[in-house]
Design a protein around this ligand. Structure first.
Ligand code: PMP
Length: 343
Protein backbone atom coordinates (compact mmCIF):
# COMPACT_ATOMS: atom_id res chain seq x y z
CA UNK A 1 0.00 0.00 0.00
CA UNK A 2 1.42 3.39 -1.01
CA UNK A 3 0.42 5.71 1.77
CA UNK A 4 1.35 8.79 -0.28
CA UNK A 5 -1.38 7.97 -2.77
CA UNK A 6 -3.95 8.37 0.00
CA UNK A 7 -2.55 11.69 1.23
CA UNK A 8 -3.97 15.08 0.31
CA UNK A 9 -1.86 16.77 -2.37
CA UNK A 10 -1.02 19.81 -0.21
CA UNK A 11 0.27 17.51 2.54
CA UNK A 12 2.34 15.51 0.06
CA UNK A 13 3.95 18.78 -1.03
CA UNK A 14 4.22 20.28 2.45
CA UNK A 15 7.57 21.47 3.68
CA UNK A 16 7.13 21.16 7.46
CA UNK A 17 8.27 23.74 9.98
CA UNK A 18 11.75 22.96 11.20
CA UNK A 19 12.30 23.99 14.81
CA UNK A 20 15.61 24.72 16.50
CA UNK A 21 15.25 21.43 18.37
CA UNK A 22 14.71 19.55 15.12
CA UNK A 23 17.86 20.96 13.58
CA UNK A 24 20.16 20.21 16.50
CA UNK A 25 19.20 17.32 18.77
CA UNK A 26 22.41 16.51 20.71
CA UNK A 27 23.80 17.69 24.03
CA UNK A 28 25.66 21.00 24.21
CA UNK A 29 27.40 23.25 26.72
CA UNK A 30 25.49 26.35 25.67
CA UNK A 31 22.14 26.46 23.90
CA UNK A 32 21.59 29.78 22.13
CA UNK A 33 19.53 28.49 19.22
CA UNK A 34 15.86 28.75 20.17
CA UNK A 35 15.40 32.26 21.59
CA UNK A 36 14.64 30.78 24.98
CA UNK A 37 15.04 32.70 28.24
CA UNK A 38 18.11 31.40 30.14
CA UNK A 39 16.28 31.77 33.49
CA UNK A 40 13.60 29.56 35.10
CA UNK A 41 15.17 26.16 34.43
CA UNK A 42 13.99 23.61 33.31
CA UNK A 43 10.76 25.14 32.01
CA UNK A 44 12.61 27.77 30.00
CA UNK A 45 13.50 25.13 27.40
CA UNK A 46 11.25 23.92 24.62
CA UNK A 47 10.32 20.26 25.02
CA UNK A 48 11.62 17.52 22.74
CA UNK A 49 9.35 17.87 19.66
CA UNK A 50 9.43 14.10 19.08
CA UNK A 51 9.22 13.05 22.76
CA UNK A 52 11.98 10.49 22.33
CA UNK A 53 12.45 9.51 25.99
CA UNK A 54 8.75 8.89 26.44
CA UNK A 55 8.44 6.91 23.21
CA UNK A 56 11.36 4.66 24.21
CA UNK A 57 9.49 3.64 27.37
CA UNK A 58 6.10 3.25 25.70
CA UNK A 59 7.72 1.17 22.95
CA UNK A 60 9.00 -1.34 25.51
CA UNK A 61 5.63 -1.51 27.27
CA UNK A 62 3.68 -1.98 24.04
CA UNK A 63 6.25 -4.14 22.17
CA UNK A 64 6.44 -1.79 19.20
CA UNK A 65 9.21 0.23 17.58
CA UNK A 66 9.44 3.83 18.88
CA UNK A 67 9.01 4.97 15.29
CA UNK A 68 5.58 3.33 15.23
CA UNK A 69 4.37 5.73 17.95
CA UNK A 70 2.83 9.18 17.53
CA UNK A 71 2.04 11.07 20.74
CA UNK A 72 -0.62 13.75 20.83
CA UNK A 73 -2.50 16.17 23.05
CA UNK A 74 -5.01 13.45 23.94
CA UNK A 75 -6.06 10.91 21.31
CA UNK A 76 -8.29 13.67 20.00
CA UNK A 77 -5.17 15.16 18.37
CA UNK A 78 -4.34 12.18 16.11
CA UNK A 79 -8.07 11.84 15.26
CA UNK A 80 -8.00 15.42 13.95
CA UNK A 81 -4.58 15.11 12.27
CA UNK A 82 -5.53 11.91 10.42
CA UNK A 83 -8.55 13.66 8.94
CA UNK A 84 -6.54 16.75 7.99
CA UNK A 85 -3.76 14.68 6.41
CA UNK A 86 -5.90 12.32 4.35
CA UNK A 87 -9.29 13.91 3.64
CA UNK A 88 -9.77 16.65 1.07
CA UNK A 89 -12.63 18.86 2.35
CA UNK A 90 -15.73 18.63 0.17
CA UNK A 91 -14.32 15.69 -1.78
CA UNK A 92 -13.26 12.82 0.46
CA UNK A 93 -15.31 11.06 3.11
CA UNK A 94 -15.01 9.01 6.28
CA UNK A 95 -17.05 5.98 7.33
CA UNK A 96 -17.73 5.12 10.95
CA UNK A 97 -20.19 3.22 13.11
CA UNK A 98 -23.30 4.43 14.88
CA UNK A 99 -23.36 4.86 17.83
CA UNK A 100 -19.77 5.67 18.67
CA UNK A 101 -17.43 8.29 20.16
CA UNK A 102 -18.60 11.75 19.06
CA UNK A 103 -15.25 13.32 18.20
CA UNK A 104 -14.88 11.51 14.85
CA UNK A 105 -17.95 13.40 13.65
CA UNK A 106 -16.92 16.72 15.23
CA UNK A 107 -13.40 16.56 13.80
CA UNK A 108 -14.80 15.66 10.37
CA UNK A 109 -17.34 18.50 10.56
CA UNK A 110 -14.65 21.04 11.52
CA UNK A 111 -12.59 19.95 8.52
CA UNK A 112 -15.61 20.04 6.18
CA UNK A 113 -15.31 16.32 5.47
CA UNK A 114 -18.40 14.15 4.99
CA UNK A 115 -18.86 11.41 7.60
CA UNK A 116 -21.06 8.38 6.86
CA UNK A 117 -22.43 6.52 9.84
CA UNK A 118 -23.33 2.85 9.57
CA UNK A 119 -25.55 1.38 12.26
CA UNK A 120 -24.21 -1.34 14.50
CA UNK A 121 -26.42 -4.41 14.78
CA UNK A 122 -28.95 -4.48 17.68
CA UNK A 123 -26.27 -6.49 19.55
CA UNK A 124 -23.89 -3.53 19.02
CA UNK A 125 -21.70 -5.51 16.60
CA UNK A 126 -20.24 -4.62 13.22
CA UNK A 127 -22.07 -5.28 9.98
CA UNK A 128 -18.95 -5.56 7.82
CA UNK A 129 -20.81 -5.71 4.50
CA UNK A 130 -22.91 -2.64 5.33
CA UNK A 131 -19.82 -0.79 6.50
CA UNK A 132 -17.91 -1.51 3.29
CA UNK A 133 -20.99 -0.81 1.17
CA UNK A 134 -20.97 2.72 2.60
CA UNK A 135 -17.44 3.32 1.25
CA UNK A 136 -16.56 4.55 -2.22
CA UNK A 137 -13.39 5.61 -4.04
CA UNK A 138 -13.26 8.80 -1.96
CA UNK A 139 -13.43 7.07 1.42
CA UNK A 140 -10.03 7.61 2.97
CA UNK A 141 -10.64 6.61 6.58
CA UNK A 142 -12.79 4.20 8.56
CA UNK A 143 -13.05 4.85 12.31
CA UNK A 144 -13.96 1.95 14.60
CA UNK A 145 -13.96 2.01 18.38
CA UNK A 146 -13.42 -1.15 20.44
CA UNK A 147 -14.45 -1.34 23.22
CA UNK A 148 -16.98 1.07 21.86
CA UNK A 149 -18.21 4.24 23.56
CA UNK A 150 -21.07 4.49 24.60
CA UNK A 151 -22.10 0.84 24.20
CA UNK A 152 -19.17 -0.56 26.24
CA UNK A 153 -18.73 -3.78 24.24
CA UNK A 154 -15.74 -4.91 22.20
CA UNK A 155 -16.27 -5.37 18.49
CA UNK A 156 -15.54 -8.85 17.17
CA UNK A 157 -11.84 -8.95 16.31
CA UNK A 158 -12.31 -11.19 13.24
CA UNK A 159 -14.80 -8.70 11.83
CA UNK A 160 -12.43 -5.77 12.43
CA UNK A 161 -9.66 -7.63 10.62
CA UNK A 162 -12.01 -8.35 7.72
CA UNK A 163 -12.45 -4.59 7.35
CA UNK A 164 -8.66 -4.09 7.48
CA UNK A 165 -8.23 -6.69 4.73
CA UNK A 166 -10.94 -5.44 2.41
CA UNK A 167 -10.69 -1.64 2.83
CA UNK A 168 -8.20 0.19 0.66
CA UNK A 169 -7.90 3.28 2.90
CA UNK A 170 -6.78 3.61 6.52
CA UNK A 171 -8.59 1.71 9.26
CA UNK A 172 -8.37 3.48 12.61
CA UNK A 173 -9.30 1.41 15.66
CA UNK A 174 -9.77 3.47 18.82
CA UNK A 175 -8.78 1.36 21.81
CA UNK A 176 -9.18 4.02 24.50
CA UNK A 177 -10.79 1.41 26.82
CA UNK A 178 -8.73 -1.66 25.84
CA UNK A 179 -7.12 -2.06 29.29
CA UNK A 180 -10.53 -2.89 30.80
CA UNK A 181 -11.30 -5.55 28.16
CA UNK A 182 -10.55 -9.28 28.31
CA UNK A 183 -9.64 -9.29 24.59
CA UNK A 184 -6.21 -8.35 23.31
CA UNK A 185 -5.22 -5.13 21.58
CA UNK A 186 -4.83 -5.08 17.80
CA UNK A 187 -1.28 -3.74 18.15
CA UNK A 188 0.33 -7.04 16.99
CA UNK A 189 -1.71 -6.73 13.77
CA UNK A 190 0.30 -3.65 12.77
CA UNK A 191 2.88 -6.11 11.37
CA UNK A 192 0.32 -7.48 8.91
CA UNK A 193 -1.74 -4.43 8.03
CA UNK A 194 0.07 -1.35 6.77
CA UNK A 195 -3.30 0.47 6.66
CA UNK A 196 -4.02 0.01 10.38
CA UNK A 197 -3.83 2.77 13.01
CA UNK A 198 -4.48 1.92 16.67
CA UNK A 199 -5.37 4.70 19.10
CA UNK A 200 -4.84 4.44 22.83
CA UNK A 201 -4.79 7.01 25.61
CA UNK A 202 -3.44 7.80 29.06
CA UNK A 203 -6.85 9.23 30.00
CA UNK A 204 -8.60 6.03 31.10
CA UNK A 205 -6.69 3.10 32.68
CA UNK A 206 -3.69 5.32 33.40
CA UNK A 207 -5.81 7.89 35.23
CA UNK A 208 -4.16 10.85 33.53
CA UNK A 209 -6.94 12.57 31.56
CA UNK A 210 -5.68 15.87 32.97
CA UNK A 211 -2.23 15.75 31.38
CA UNK A 212 -3.67 15.17 27.86
CA UNK A 213 -1.64 12.36 26.35
CA UNK A 214 -2.87 10.13 23.57
CA UNK A 215 -1.07 7.56 21.43
CA UNK A 216 -1.43 6.53 17.80
CA UNK A 217 0.38 3.37 16.72
CA UNK A 218 0.95 2.78 13.01
CA UNK A 219 3.63 2.22 10.38
CA UNK A 220 6.50 4.68 10.52
CA UNK A 221 5.27 6.16 7.24
CA UNK A 222 1.95 7.09 8.87
CA UNK A 223 3.46 8.36 12.14
CA UNK A 224 5.91 10.37 9.99
CA UNK A 225 3.00 12.11 8.28
CA UNK A 226 1.38 12.97 11.63
CA UNK A 227 4.70 14.33 12.92
CA UNK A 228 5.03 16.42 9.79
CA UNK A 229 1.74 18.26 10.32
CA UNK A 230 1.47 18.51 14.13
CA UNK A 231 2.31 21.66 16.08
CA UNK A 232 6.09 21.54 16.56
CA UNK A 233 5.96 21.24 20.37
CA UNK A 234 2.57 19.58 20.79
CA UNK A 235 3.40 17.94 24.14
CA UNK A 236 4.61 20.17 26.94
CA UNK A 237 7.41 19.33 29.37
CA UNK A 238 5.07 18.78 32.33
CA UNK A 239 3.05 16.17 30.45
CA UNK A 240 6.15 14.36 29.27
CA UNK A 241 7.67 14.32 32.77
CA UNK A 242 4.49 13.17 34.49
CA UNK A 243 3.94 10.40 31.95
CA UNK A 244 7.53 9.15 32.37
CA UNK A 245 6.93 9.07 36.11
CA UNK A 246 3.70 7.07 35.82
CA UNK A 247 5.16 4.65 33.30
CA UNK A 248 7.42 3.56 36.16
CA UNK A 249 4.33 2.71 38.22
CA UNK A 250 2.66 0.25 35.88
CA UNK A 251 1.93 -2.18 38.72
CA UNK A 252 -0.21 0.52 40.35
CA UNK A 253 -2.11 1.07 37.10
CA UNK A 254 -2.81 -2.67 36.77
CA UNK A 255 -4.14 -2.65 40.33
CA UNK A 256 -6.52 0.25 39.51
CA UNK A 257 -7.78 -1.58 36.45
CA UNK A 258 -8.38 -4.77 38.45
CA UNK A 259 -10.33 -2.85 41.10
CA UNK A 260 -12.43 -1.00 38.51
CA UNK A 261 -13.29 -4.25 36.72
CA UNK A 262 -14.38 -5.79 40.04
CA UNK A 263 -16.48 -2.71 40.83
CA UNK A 264 -18.00 -2.80 37.34
CA UNK A 265 -19.24 -6.34 38.01
CA UNK A 266 -20.69 -5.43 41.41
CA UNK A 267 -22.41 -2.28 40.15
CA UNK A 268 -23.89 -4.20 37.20
CA UNK A 269 -25.30 -6.86 39.55
CA UNK A 270 -26.89 -4.25 41.82
CA UNK A 271 -28.33 -2.21 38.96
CA UNK A 272 -30.01 -5.32 37.54
CA UNK A 273 -32.00 -5.66 40.78
CA UNK A 274 -33.66 -2.26 40.34
CA UNK A 275 -37.23 -2.61 39.04
CA UNK A 276 -36.93 0.34 36.65
CA UNK A 277 -33.74 -1.01 35.04
CA UNK A 278 -34.53 -2.81 31.77
CA UNK A 279 -31.00 -3.90 30.77
CA UNK A 280 -27.42 -3.51 31.89
CA UNK A 281 -25.38 -4.10 28.76
CA UNK A 282 -22.19 -6.16 29.05
CA UNK A 283 -19.18 -3.86 29.30
CA UNK A 284 -15.48 -4.22 28.50
CA UNK A 285 -14.85 -0.59 29.51
CA UNK A 286 -14.83 1.52 32.70
CA UNK A 287 -18.51 2.41 32.30
CA UNK A 288 -21.90 0.73 31.97
CA UNK A 289 -24.64 1.52 29.51
CA UNK A 290 -27.95 0.99 31.30
CA UNK A 291 -31.38 0.96 29.71
CA UNK A 292 -34.19 1.95 32.07
CA UNK A 293 -37.72 3.26 32.22
CA UNK A 294 -37.74 7.07 32.08
CA UNK A 295 -33.97 7.47 31.80
CA UNK A 296 -34.33 11.26 31.58
CA UNK A 297 -36.35 11.36 34.80
CA UNK A 298 -33.71 9.23 36.55
CA UNK A 299 -30.95 11.46 35.16
CA UNK A 300 -32.66 14.62 36.47
CA UNK A 301 -33.23 13.00 39.87
CA UNK A 302 -29.53 12.03 40.10
CA UNK A 303 -28.46 15.58 39.19
CA UNK A 304 -30.67 16.92 41.98
CA UNK A 305 -28.91 14.51 44.34
CA UNK A 306 -25.52 15.76 43.16
CA UNK A 307 -24.65 12.70 41.03
CA UNK A 308 -23.77 13.27 37.40
CA UNK A 309 -23.99 10.50 34.82
CA UNK A 310 -24.36 10.79 31.05
CA UNK A 311 -27.78 10.71 29.41
CA UNK A 312 -27.38 8.88 26.09
CA UNK A 313 -31.13 8.54 25.44
CA UNK A 314 -31.03 10.50 22.19
CA UNK A 315 -28.17 8.43 20.78
CA UNK A 316 -28.93 5.85 18.05
CA UNK A 317 -29.70 2.37 19.55
CA UNK A 318 -29.42 3.83 23.08
CA UNK A 319 -33.01 4.96 23.68
CA UNK A 320 -33.71 5.44 27.39
CA UNK A 321 -30.11 4.67 28.34
CA UNK A 322 -27.70 6.27 30.78
CA UNK A 323 -23.95 5.83 30.62
CA UNK A 324 -22.50 5.43 34.09
CA UNK A 325 -18.75 5.64 34.75
CA UNK A 326 -17.38 3.26 37.39
CA UNK A 327 -15.96 5.16 40.36
CA UNK A 328 -14.38 3.97 43.59
CA UNK A 329 -16.47 1.71 45.82
CA UNK A 330 -17.72 4.62 47.95
CA UNK A 331 -18.90 6.62 44.92
CA UNK A 332 -20.60 3.60 43.38
CA UNK A 333 -22.39 2.90 46.67
CA UNK A 334 -23.66 6.47 46.82
CA UNK A 335 -25.04 6.04 43.30
CA UNK A 336 -26.67 2.68 44.12
CA UNK A 337 -28.18 3.89 47.41
CA UNK A 338 -29.57 6.98 45.70
CA UNK A 339 -31.13 4.86 42.95
CA UNK A 340 -32.58 2.49 45.56
CA UNK A 341 -34.35 5.44 47.15
CA UNK A 342 -36.36 5.80 43.92
CA UNK A 343 -38.15 2.49 44.49
N1 PMP B 1 -11.66 7.72 22.29
C1 PMP B 1 -12.74 7.35 22.97
C2 PMP B 1 -13.49 6.16 22.53
C3 PMP B 1 -13.15 8.09 24.08
O1 PMP B 1 -14.25 7.72 24.75
C4 PMP B 1 -12.41 9.21 24.49
C5 PMP B 1 -12.77 10.08 25.65
N2 PMP B 1 -13.97 9.99 26.21
C6 PMP B 1 -11.30 9.55 23.74
C7 PMP B 1 -10.94 8.78 22.66
C8 PMP B 1 -10.51 10.78 24.04
O2 PMP B 1 -9.40 10.48 24.72
P1 PMP B 1 -8.30 11.57 25.06
O3 PMP B 1 -8.57 12.00 26.45
O4 PMP B 1 -7.04 10.78 24.91
O5 PMP B 1 -8.38 12.69 24.06
Amino acid sequence: MDINQLLRKNIQDLKPYSSARDEYTGEAMVFLDANENPFNQPYNRYPDPLQRALKEKIAVLKSVDPQQIFLGNGSDEPIDLLIRAFCEPGVDNIVTINPTYGMYQVAADISGVEIRKVSLTPEFQLDVDALLAATDENTKLIFLCSPNNPTGNSLDKKQILKVAERFKGLLIVDEAYIDFAPGKSLLPELEKFSNLVVLQTFSKAWGMAGIRLGMAFASKEITGILNKIKYPYNLNILTQQKALELLGQYEQVKEWVKLLIEERGKVAQELKKLPFVVEVYPSDANFLLVKMHDARGVYDYLVEEGIIVRDRSKVHLCTDSLRITIGVNEENNILLNTLNNLI
